[in-house]
Unconditional design. Structure first.
Length: 160
């Protein structure tokens, strides 16, 4: 179940996605929160320079591996504007991070791209649980999906 606190962190993810959009990157944002509820790290997509591996979820996994104990990682939550891709799901699983809460699913994102006549990316979208089956996952969060959909629409409208 998604709480009011979860919604606060997810709204910050959307704000980070908007920052990413303003910087010319694809609009994704993520926040890493400790078990005690403290924001430890946040990041946004940084793929505009051509390195399409610069996802915020991957950056948070690396940060966690270098700055948190295994126990703290497993008790932490990663909030994100969009469901992890396979690369980020794998990083999350390998590092041993805990719960993931996302606004929009990969399936929703694929549907939006099809609706807008945009070809999907070069990597198949796979649900997080298919890559990291022991990670607790919650999403999509329907009360925020229209908001992130609008941010993605602005990105692809700019790209045309």
């Amino acid at each position: 179940m998604v709480s009011e606190t979860d919604l606060i962190h997810l709204k910050r993810c959307i704000a980070l996605a908007e920052e990413s959009l303003d910087a010319g990157d694809k609009p994704f944002g993520s926040v890493l929160v400790s078990a005690e509820g403290r924001v430890l790290q946040e990041d946004r997509n940084r793929t505009g320079g051509g390195d399409n591996t610069q996802h915020p979820e991957f950056a948070l996994a690396r940060w966690a591996a270098n700055n948190m104990t295994p126990q703290a990682r497993s008790a932490a939550t990663v909030y994100t504007s969009g469901e992890h891709c396979a690369m980020c799901s794998a990083a999350h699983g390998w590092v041993g991070l805990g719960r993931i809460v996302y606004v929009a699913s990969s399936a929703q994102h694929r549907g939006w791209l099809a609706e807008w006549g945009i070809q999907p990316g070069p990597v198949k979208a796979i649900p997080i649980q298919d890559v990291a089956p022991n990670v607790p996952v919650e999403g999509p969060v329907t009360e925020l999906t229209d908001t992130i959909r609008a941010v993605h629409k602005r990105y692809f409208d700019k790209e045309r």
